[in-house]
Design a protein around this ligand. Structure first.
Ligand code: SF4
Length: 417
């Protein structure tokens, strides 16, 4: 019997994207054809429910699919993921027309053969869930407690990606620094990285995303520093710097720990780029505490910075805190911090002027210009290198590029070989 065409919408983070890729791989193995949504008879929505805005976005998409179904354009709607985990009952009550809802299921990602990311980079999920219970975050309530993926399954997948010619893998989880501890006291992120390095050869860039500050060991820093294939790039969400706020956020690191950690990282990993994520407008955050955050950013000069506006999320302790900051104040703080970072980023980028960098060519912009990334740019969140070239460049290949201009977040360069 001919299987119906399937189309998918994937919302949220890169961890969700890996789930979507694995689900599509399993369905394709069962004989379904993966097509554009407008040609599909079965629609799958992998939802996100991290914050209100994400809930609204996923819900809107489901409503649109329900209208298409009423018009007879699609037959079935399957809703998957975090929105189901967080609001199953509400969905059942409010959205008629959904055929199936699937919450959290354990997926064997080593069966992943279908990729939404371009051929040259992939996300490699090493764990699910989180034990940190930051007071503003719903993820532990949606994804459950921390679960490391078995090493064998990760290595099997890393080998597949290596054979597939992937140049960059991004290790992800909610907190990759806790890897292995729930399996064995002898297993950790360093052991896993050494196994990945031992079992792969084509992969040139191994990037570590979502490092929790409290568990950065000297052994990890040494490995990052000594191993050329591990990107000198550390994604380290810190959220804030004020001790009172960090305590209310239920973060394990205080301001002194954070300053020490940044000093340790910069001492032990040469030319490292640190990316962090900070939150503005957390309940009860005073003007002075926000100014402390601004000073922190000015003092540390993060190479890469993402700023989030606090979102009041039901089921979290922070949502019950008495003094919630008005939206306009939160927005003003967001704009201010982004402005400060824009100037810092421009300064940092200006140091690349005239330098020769290795760039992963990702896209052809026009006849004489390509877009790419350096090892210091994570996919989808950091800067771009605009590469001028009179020669055709292969997408997914590395190019030597001389930097001829620098912008706030991007670089401009010329291909030299
Ligand atoms: S570490 Fe990240 S995923 Fe875990 S609770 Fe905190 S913010 Fe949420």
């Amino acid at each position: 019997m001919m299987r119906k065409n399937i189309g998918v919408l994937s919302f949220g983070c890169c961890r969700n994207l890996v789930d979507t890729e694995t689900i599509l791989s399993l369905l394709r193995d069962k004989g379904y054809r993966i097509v554009e949504l407008n040609r599909a008879k079965i629609a799958i929505v992998n939802t996100c429910a991290f914050i209100k805005k994400a809930v609204e976005e996923s819900t809107e998409a489901i409503k649109e699919l329900i209208s298409l179904k009423k018009e007879g354009k699609i037959d079935k709607i399957i809703v998957y993921g975090c929105l189901v985990e967080r609001y199953k009952d509400r969905l059942l009550l409010s959205l008629e027309g959904i055929d199936a809802m699937v919450g959290r299921i354990s997926l064997n990602h080593s069966l992943r053969k279908y990729f939404i990311t371009p051929k040259h980079f992939a996300y490699l999920k090493i764990s699910e869930g989180c034990n940190n219970f930051c007071s503003f975050c719903v993820i532990p309530h949606i994804k459950g407690r921390y679960q490391s993926r078995p090493v064998e399954s990760i290595i099997e997948e890393a080998k597949l990606l290596d054979k597939r010619g992937v140049k960059e893998i991004n290790l992800i989880g909610q907190d990759i620094t806790l890897y292995g501890k729930d399996i064995s006291p002898h297993l950790d992120l360093v052991t896993l990285l050494k196994e990945i390095l031992r079992n792969t050869c084509n992969i040139s860039w191994i990037r570590l995303l979502y490092l929790y500050p409290h568990r950065i060991t000297d052994e990890l820093l040494q490995l990052i520093n000594n191993e050329p294939r591990i990107c000198k790039y550390m994604d380290l969400p810190l959220q804030h710097i004020n001790d009172r706020i960090l305590k209310l956020m239920n973060r394990e690191t205080g301001s002194a720990d954070i300053f020490n950690l940044i000093k340790r990282i910069r001492e032990k990993v040469s030319s490292v780029f640190i990316r962090t994520t900070l939150m503005v407008g957390f309940p009860t955050e005073t003007d002075e505490e926000f100014e402390e955050l601004v000073d922190f950013v000015k003092r540390v000069k993060f190479e890469r910075l993402g700023v989030f506006i606090y979102s009041k999320e039901s089921q979290t302790p922070a949502a019950k805190m008495r003094y919630q900051i008005p939206y306009l104040v939160k927005q003003k703080r967001f704009n201010r911090l982004m402005q400060v970072q824009q100037e810092i980023s421009a300064q940092i980028n200006s140091k690349f002027m005239g330098k020769i960098l290795e760039v992963l060519i990702e896209e052809r912009h026009d006849e004489y210009c390509y877009l790419g990334r350096t090892m210091y740019d994570a996919p989808e969140v950091d800067g771009t290198v605009w590469v001028k070239s009179n020669f055709p460049l292969e997408i997914g290949s590395f190019a030597k590029v001389r930097i001829i201009d620098t912008l706030e977040y991007d670089l401009v360069g010329e291909y030299i070989g």
